[in-house]
Design a protein around this ligand. Structure first.
Ligand code: GDP
Ligand code: IMO
Ligand code: MG
Length: 428
């Protein structure tokens, strides 16, 4: 029995897409369990680059089953755009290799409008969301007014729920935000087309995933975003609206926690974040710019420049604890090549003490001063390494410190974006 989780250990964009694609080769099923098309997962195979947002990164293999879980919020328009994009690149996508949960919540046009209006109303306190309607959709889910995939499969139910929602949302849009009324007819017509097209993909995915695990198949759960964007344990309110930590798998795919055997945390060799919010090791100087340029640190979903900073081991230790990580995959050590002296944060100075956990309050976090250790750098030859032994000695020292501080082993090292630029150190 084998079910394992791949998730982001920082603020997202750690290389989950690349690692999921790499590991999917030996898996049978790949499952997304939270988030939506706010995610942007890049996979490079040879010269071809694929950008995935909603569809699991196992889709590039014809013989894998890809599953979009109930914890995911689905924008049907984005779903079909992504399928068309993949088909345009020669990827086969059909209900044979992709299924979608009947319990997943739908991102409706008003969620995207409300996402933008809310952000605008927050003024300088905006979150810097991706604008995909994620927050408003999860809000409706928690408020119990959301529309689910199974509702879309029943035209009469869908019609009634849409009527109620349009009425309620128009009140908010026009009276609170001074915006324009939405037309029920336009949205209803648009969604009837989606309903027909999506029907063959819709399943009770908990049953499918459970049966796969019981049948001895390998199931990989692909996280989106990262630990510090988690709605409970992230840098709230500068977070996304779902549980990005391993616990999210159980609720987001309907699988008991005892069935999950391991959790791989993907960690970039430095830290990035896109959008607003605290970032203790952020580099607002030319080193930060150098990392951004060399690492092509621009958002896959929004194109925004990612903020860059030194590796923060307090974050990785926190991530290992919250998700019970069994190992790390460290990516992009090639991006750091050429920097003579590297800094790594090994604690925060807070009220006269050094702490190694992430405080809840942003006011306390603002008082935290990173404590750094310095490491000697390595050169570009690192991108050519195909085994641990071939890595420069300084890179090995850097990686050893990560293992030591987090008390978690590194099972995979990534030295470039392509599948072949991957070093497996030990079994995950
Ligand atoms: P995700 O959201 O976690 O899947 O990550 P993104 O795809 O948003 O961002 C990671 C970026 O780094 C992508 O452009 C990947 O192709 C790239 N990448 C992944 N691993 C490596 C690596 O080891 N080295 C380099 N140079 N790029 C990598
Ligand atoms: P992947 O899966 C990085 C960030 C946004 C914003 C905050 C809330 O590619 O790692 P939202 O639209 O979710 O309400 O935005 O979360 N964010 C991400 N940052 N990688 C992502 O996904 C992200 N998905 C959301 O920038 O700060
Ligand atoms: Mg990304």
């Amino acid at each position: 029995m084998s079910a394992f989780v791949v998730l982001g250990a920082q603020w997202g964009d750690e290389g989950k897409g690349k690692m999921t694609d790499y590991l999917a080769e030996s898996a049978d099923v790949v499952v997304r369990f939270q988030g939506g098309n706010n995610a942007g997962h890049t996979v490079e195979v040879g010269e071809q680059q694929y950008k995935l947002h909603l569809i699991p990164s196992g889709i590039l293999y014809e013989d894998k089953l890809n599953v979009i879980g109930n914890g995911v919020v689905i924008d049907p328009k984005a779903f079909f755009e992504e399928i068309d994009y993949l088909k345009g690149l020669g990827v086969k996508v059909s209900p044979k290799n992709l299924i979608v949960s009947d319990r997943a919540q739908l991102i409706m046009p008003y969620h995207k409008i409300l996402d933008a209006l809310k952000e605008k109303s927050r003024g300088k306190n905006d979150i810097g969301t991706t604008g995909k309607g994620i927050g408003p959709c999860y809000t409706d889910k928690a408020e119990r007014s959301g529309i689910r995939m199974c509702d879309l499969m029943h035209t009469d139910v869908f019609k009634e729920k849409l009527q109620e929602n349009i009425k309620a949302k128009n009140e908010i849009i026009t009276k609170v935000f001074n915006g324009d009324n939405l037309s029920f007819d336009d949205i209803y017509k648009e969604f009837l087309v989606y309903a027909d097209r999506i029907k063959p993909f819709v399943k009770d995915i908990s049953v499918e995933v459970f049966n796969s695990i019981k049948a001895g198949k390998k199931v990989l759960f692909e996280g989106a975003q990262g630990t510090l964007l988690d709605i409970d344990y992230g840098t709230y309110p500068y977070v996304t609206s779902s549980n990005t930590i391993a616990g999210g798998v159980s609720t987001g795919a309907g699988i008991g926690p005892t069935l999950i055997s391991s959790a791989l945390g993907i960690a970039k060799a430095y830290t990035t974040r896109v959008g607003k919010g605290p970032f203790p090791t952020e580099l607002l100087d030319e080193t930060g710019e150098l990392i951004r340029d060399k690492g092509h640190e621009y958002g896959v979903t929004t194109g925004r420049a990612r903020r860059c900073g030194w590796l923060d081991l307090v974050i990785l230790k926190t991530s290992a604890r919250l998700s019970g990580l069994t190992s790390f995959a460290v990516t992009k050590i090639d991006t750091l090549a050429g920097i003579e002296k590297l800094k790594v944060c090994v604690g925060y100075e807070f009220e006269g003490q050094v702490i190694d956990y992430f405080p809840a309050s942003l006011e306390d976090l603002a008082k935290c001063k990173p404590v750094f250790e310095e490491f000697n750098g390595w050169d570009d030859s690192v991108a050519e390494a195909r085994s641990y032994d071939e890595l420069p000695e300084n890179a090995k020292k850097y990686l050893k410190r990560i293992e030591e501080f987090t008390d978690t082993k590194i099972s995979i090292i990534s030295v470039g974006p392509r599948r072949d630029q991957t070093i497996v150190v030990s079994n995950i």
